[in-house]
Design a protein around this ligand. Structure first.
Ligand code: SF4
Ligand code: SF4
Length: 418
């Protein structure tokens, strides 16, 4: 990671990122997602050769991080393995992919461990850096009902040591939703007094704590948080149009602005309590910036890099978009020339998509130091808390080996954050 940061300094560019939706086929029933198995739309999977061409163009443009998403990428494991290898050979340093967990059903069958071991072995032979496994709730039953995969949490618990033995440390991915702390969270949020900001904050703190405790008990060593993947009327009026099918309108992932402000505040207050126990990717500086935006407290952080050096490829047409939410801006084939700098929007903060917002905040100060150092000095004076959290994040990231999912946690380094 240090090598890549130095390269950024020398080339005066932050590392680019590409999210490739290789398929919109999915076998899960998640109520929070437009791609659930019961959603009636015509499904597409991009051809392997087409994705390889995109990867080659990305590598030539200096993209250093590629995420293969879905739908459910593990429905196409052979293609996924081939693409991970291809990205590594093309020089892309950071590759990640994930699963909704369907693989982990049938934990009590005699063949279970052998089957998981074969999958882990295949992935371990690729340069895959991070593997995520989605989980929606601290309560196994709630998660399994949301996904439609009975018994899957027990399967994850049995599978994790197998992955660890193969040198793969999966990250649990929590998409923030009203069930995250269990059914109780949803009930509490539905109560009339839930409009009270302090009450909301408490409910969210309890929910996040319950979630972190549950995944530590399952054996996870890494955790990430996806911020609510819904857009409201104001965001649509501001020009957003979801192209990524994971964006949803269901109540389960819709939060009012007041709720979002308290949700991000709860994350800010809860993450530090768990940083020594599990490697938590969510940067405090980004969560702080989002809290301020939703609390109408002004902008503290940095605009999103979506459409500048971060892009999204959609499965339905293989076209490039600035991100999963700017579906009105079809940029065509990725291997065609990049948009001219004048045509690029450089100050977007219109949604909370974690995949783009978190790294944008982390790289923001570095980018500004390279491009506008005097403005950075001014910003430091205006937003000392943001920079204080950013420095804490960097120290923590170093202790976490920059979330290298191929490395075991370093307990002694993490203990400094207790
Ligand atoms: S959230 Fe993921 S697993 Fe669930 S339906 Fe959507 S694509 Fe499938
Ligand atoms: S903030 Fe980023 S992810 Fe969200 S709409 Fe803007 S460019 Fe897209």
């Amino acid at each position: 990671m240090i090598k890549h940061l130095l390269k950024s300094l020398l080339t005066r560019r932050v590392p680019g990122q590409l999210v490739i939706q290789m398929t919109d086929h999915c076998n899960a029933q998640c109520p929070q997602c437009g791609m659930r198995v019961t959603a009636p739309f015509s499904r597409t999977t991009l051809a392997v050769d087409e994705i390889k061409r995109i990867i080659d163009a990305a590598a030539a443009r200096g993209v250093q991080a590629i995420s293969f998403t879905g739908g459910e990428p593990f429905l196409f494991l052979d293609a996924l393995v081939e693409l991970l290898r291809h990205a590594g050979a093309a020089g892309v340093a950071f590759t990640r992919t994930g699963t909704n967990g369907f693989l982990f059903q049938g934990a009590d069958k005699p063949s279970f461990l052998g089957r998981i071991s074969r999958i882990a072995e295949r992935l371990a032979a690729t340069p895959l850096r991070n593997l995520w496994i989605s989980m929606d709730s601290a309560e196994p039953g709630v998660h399994e009902r949301m996904r439609g995969f009975g018994g899957v949490v027990r399967g994850i618990e049995r599978a994790l040591p197998v992955f660890h033995d193969h040198g793969i440390y999966p990250s649990v991915n929590l998409g923030l939703n009203r069930n995250m702390g269990g059914a109780l969270t949803r009930r509490l949020l539905a109560q009339p007094h839930a409009e009270d900001p302090e009450r909301l904050h408490q409910v969210f703190c309890d929910a996040v704590r319950r979630f972190y405790r549950s995944v530590i008990d399952l054996g996870f060593t890494l955790v990430n948080t996806c911020y609510p993947m819904s857009i409201d009327v104001q965001q649509v009026q501001a020009g957003l149009s979801a192209v990524y099918g994971a964006t949803a309108t269901g109540d389960i992932v819709r939060f009012s602005q007041l709720e979002k402000a308290q949700l991000y505040r709860a994350l800010m207050n809860t993450i530090p309590q768990f940083r020594s126990k599990i490697r938590i990717f969510s940067p405090l500086c980004a969560v702080y910036a989002l809290h301020r935006e939703h609390a109408n407290d002004g902008e503290a952080g940095y605009p999103c890099r979506g459409g500048r050096d971060f892009f999204y490829i959609d499965a339905k047409d293989g076209h490039t978009y600035p991100c999963g939410y700017r579906g009105n801006e079809d940029l065509g084939r990725f291997w065609k020339p990049a948009p001219s700098p004048e045509a690029v929007i450089t100050d977007c903060r219109r949604c909370d998509w974690e995949c783009f917002r978190d790294p944008s905040e982390l790289f923001g100060p570095l980018d500004q130091a390279l491009s506008h150092p005097c403005e950075l000095g001014l910003k430091l004076l205006q937003h000392p808390r943001f920079f204080n959290l950013w420095r804490q994040d960097l120290r923590y990231y170093a202790a976490c080996d920059f979330f290298d999912g191929r490395k075991a946690p370093r307990t002694a380094a993490l203990s400094r954050f207790s």
